[in-house]
Design a protein around this ligand. Structure first.
Ligand SMILES: [Zn+2]
Length: 92
């Protein structure tokens, strides 16, 4: 059986590559900010583990509370494989 490569979500680059989002909440300012993961993945922070990454509020410097956001829903074309599709290929 073929090996399936595991999906690792350890570093900021991993999250960016797999389409995740990372938001941050400042409990002092009560402000949310969405981090630019593709941008962070191109900096020295790319290989920083998500758990060690401690962003601070841009306004007051308070450590933020991170919230991981799942990848956005696929909005491309729908899969075209149908039963008829498979039946046609089976006859070939
Ligand atoms: Zn703040």
């Amino acid at each position: 059986m073929a090996q399936i490569a595991p999906v690792r979500l350890t570093t900021l680059a991993d999250l960016s590559r797999h389409g995740y989002g990372l938001s941050c909440y400042c409990p002092r300012c009560r402000r949310w900010a969405e981090l630019d993961l593709p941008l962070l993945a191109r900096t020295d922070l790319a290989q920083r583990s998500v758990t060690d990454f401690r962003p601070r509020c841009r306004h007051c410097g308070t450590p933020g509370e991170k919230q991981l956001r799942p990848p956005k829903r696929w909005e491309g074309p729908r899969a075209r494989a149908t039963y008829a599709h498979y039946a046609a290929r089976a006859d070939a």
